[in-house]
Design a protein around this ligand. Structure first.
Ligand SMILES: *Cc1c(COP(=O)(O)O)cnc(C)c1O
Length: 457
């Protein structure tokens, strides 16, 4: 289909040069969004009957459109959960695209799926789940949570015919990620929220279950614990929650989309004790495992249960779906059919660097949070809201109103210096606006943090 002509050769070289420049530079400008009408005025019509040509289109990208994005890997982008894909993973993302692999079935994607599974074995080994546990890469944590929750619900329905007519119920805490609530909506499941943003403990969970009336208790089928809350890096009491789930006969899902990378860090691994008792676990390699977007993962203690739920039937699929004859089919364990082999960039980077480098880079994120804590304590005008947890740091600028935090964020963003966004922290019954760092990029320096804090003086 691709006729090799000069324009294509030049486009290829331009793209390679841009890619190499982009991933070699450690200080890419922090771009800013523009209104759609402003972008349109800058670039004009780009989709035309005869095409505007690769050079023109690429120049519009470089000159205008690329600058309207905030690079997630900037060392002073500490907002939300930033990212920092390795160069090796980014380069292999190009290889993944160029190889045109359909990643749903082993029959078509054996080589790519083999690599994904090698990377997955390492991730599963970090969880401590027993022999037989396995997972697949998903588009992201949201899809992983949905795949896990639906597996849990269908398993519950299979246990008792009366469950089929009931609306399922799960328990989690208000510290859980918004995607848990959003995905419960997709799956038409009710969510009961334990009112704590802090560590979800056994006693309050048990009390919550005990307080349910008989009818509601019958609808309860799962508890979602968080292995590193997105807002504050808090890890629920996974071990005790697992024990309650066992005695109450409930599915235990651990959402470690952000925190899962820290399973590789010896210094904090003990905080996750009990995760090995989970029925399913979400981990996002595109957060703290340095994969390019998008790459999530869902892991099951018993993958067979997921297969019974997610494997798609269709006469056009029969040829692929015989695992006995072919091999592992990723489509059977999550909600997508056609899929990119999105674990492939992670495999290459892991193979190239080795797992010890990953440990080191993750430990650095944890260390940066401790350094930030120390720098905050040294400055009289700021104070910690709570001790740093994983790589999240919540702190307040003494005397500031929510508007002050917002203005400060926009000022630093507008000048291209940093992106640090405020969040809210629940104290008793009220929410306080505070400032938040989340560290992922191991190239962030102590000086970066100090400079950011100095702009608050
Ligand atoms: C980020 C996050 C998610 C959602 O993952 P996406 O990859 O953004 O879809 C879910 N849970 C937690 C705890 C997260 O931090």
């Amino acid at each position: 289909m691709h006729k090799i002509d000069m324009e294509l050769v030049e486009m290829t070289l331009d793209v390679m040069k841009y890619t190499i420049d982009r991933i070699s530079s450690t200080n890419n400008a922090i771009g800013k969004p523009k209104k759609e009408s402003e972008l349109k005025a800058l670039v004009g019509e780009t989709i035309t009957e005869s095409g505007i040509g690769g050079e023109v289109a690429f120049n519009l990208w470089k000159k205008h459109l690329m600058k309207a994005n905030v690079p997630v890997d900037h060392p002073r982008n500490l907002a939300f959960v930033p990212a920092s894909p390795t160069r090796a993973a980014v380069m292999f993302d190009l290889v993944t695209s160029a190889s045109s692999i359909h990643g749903a079935y082993w029959m078509e994607g054996a080589g790519g799926i083999f690599c994904e599974n090698e990377a997955m074995k390492w991730i599963v080994s970090l969880t401590g789940l027993p022999e037989g546990a396995f997972g697949v890469f998903t588009s992201a944590g949201t899809a992983a949570n949905l795949s896990g929750i639906v597996t849990a619900r269908e398993h519950w329905r299979s246990l008792d015919a009366s469950h089929k007519s009931q609306k399922g119920l799960i328990i989690t805490s208000i510290g859980a990620h918004s995607s848990v609530k959003a995905m419960a909506k997709v799956a038409d499941i009710d969510v009961l929220l334990v009112d704590t943003e802090d560590r979800l403990e056994a006693a309050v969970l048990q009390q919550t279950i005990n307080n349910l009336d008989e009818e509601t208790r019958k609808r309860l089928f799962a508890v979602v614990g968080t292995g590193g809350t997105t807002n504050a890096g808090i890890i629920d009491d996974l071990d005790c929650i697992a024990n309650i789930c066992k005695s109450e006969n409930l599915w235990f899902h651990v959402d470690a989309a952000y925190g899962g990378g820290a399973l590789a860090a010896d210094s904090v691994r003990h905080l996750f004790n009990g995760i090995e008792k989970a029925d399913s676990i979400t981990i996002d390699p595109h957060k703290w495992m340095f994969s390019p977007y998008d790459c999530g993962a869902i892991i099951y203690r018993n993958p067979e249960l997921a297969k019974q739920v997610h494997s798609q039937q269709g006469s056009y699929l029969d040829i692929f779906s015989d695992e006995g004859a072919h091999g592992f089919n990723p489509t059977d364990y999550q909600i997508q059919l056609t899929r990119r082999v999105r674990g492939l960039p992670l495999w290459f980077s892991l193979a190239m660097h080795g797992t010890a480098k990953y440990k080191e880079a993750i430990e650095r994120g944890l260390e940066l949070a401790q350094i930030a804590g120390k720098l905050i304590e040294e400055r009289p005008y700021v104070e910690l809201v709570r001790d740093p947890s994983l790589s999240c740091v919540l702190y307040r600028r003494i005397g500031w109103s929510p508007d002050d935090y917002r203005d400060w964020t926009f000022k630093n963003h507008d000048s291209g210096f940093a992106l640090v966004t405020p969040t809210k922290w629940k104290k008793g019954k009220t929410f306080e606006t505070v400032s938040r760092f989340c560290f992922i990029n191991p190239d962030t320096t102590e000086n970066d943090i100090a400079m950011i804090l100095d702009t608050m003086a």
